[in-house]
Design a protein. Structure first.
Length: 252
């Protein structure tokens, strides 16, 4: 989406505040012994309080209000009464929603309680690489060069990137052009970031895998070579200088 008037900017700010606040509160609410179904239901109630509609539920008939992925799940984890959170779990929550015709998307990974499994370095890398990437975005910067930056940074930190998951344009729908803001260099992608556009930038940083594969449930993604994967995502407004992080309220 390209912002052309103040009312559009306000619309994107409002929906981005909603998804950011819901993500922040869900992270704070998550507790050992809680099911992901209960955590998702809490998020769904919060979205309702904002007057927002869950994007995956409305757009794709996803069986939940939010995506909650635990441990070796990479993304699109289905909330379940049988999935009980434990001390040291690596959790990813992805919250996207529609509000008054505008859409926004954000997500983040974190360790629940004590870092028993040693996941914090991977979490920190994903978050750091996202913010470094955002700082590099300006009008005219090539999307492929951003992917190269993320992948190079991950390698220096001893990690890999998932090469078939990507950020995307967002605004008047959940997924818009540009559709493939990858975490790796794609020489065939000649697209550049444009002024006043709104895009969801996300990192997918892994310990072993480079591809995400879908499980038999038709939703949940895991790494092709196992290991763990973290994701962080912000919706931003591209400018000629430093981008504006619209989902900053999420606290990541």
């Amino acid at each position: 989406m390209s912002i052309t008037k103040d009312s559009e900017l306000l619309g994107m700010q409002n929906v981005s505040k909603a998804v950011g606040e819901v993500l922040r509160q869900m992270r704070a609410y998550a507790a050992v012994g809680m099911s992901t179904f209960e955590l998702d239901a809490f998020g769904g109630r919060l979205l309702g309080q904002f007057g927002a509609t869950s994007a995956p539920y409305a757009t794709y008939n996803f069986p939940g209000f939010t995506c909650i992925s635990v441990n070796k799940e990479a993304a699109h984890g289905i909330p379940s009464r049988h999935k009980i959170l434990k001390e040291g779990d690596l959790i990813n929550i992805d919250v996207s929603a529609e509000l008054n015709g505008f859409w926004s998307d954000n997500g983040g990974s974190f360790v629940l309680g004590k870092d028993i499994g040693g996941h914090q370095p991977l979490v920190d890398a994903s978050r750091y690489l996202l913010h470094e990437a955002i700082k590099s975005i300006r009008t005219g910067v090539s999307i492929s060069s951003l992917g190269h930056q993320i992948e190079t940074g991950a390698k220096k930190m001893g990690f890999k990137v998932i090469r078939n998951l990507a950020g995307h344009g967002v605004g008047r729908s959940l997924h818009e052009a540009p559709e493939n803001i990858l975490n790796c260099k794609d020489p065939s992608n000649k697209d550049k970031f444009t002024e006043n556009s709104t895009v969801a930038i996300e990192t997918f940083i892994a310990t072993k895998s480079t591809q995400a594969v879908e499980l038999e449930d038709g939703w949940t993604l895991v790494g092709n070579k196992g290991g763990y994967i973290t994701q962080h995502e912000h919706t931003i407004l591209v400018t000629n200088t430093t981008p504006i992080i619209l989902t900053e309220p999420n606290g990541f």
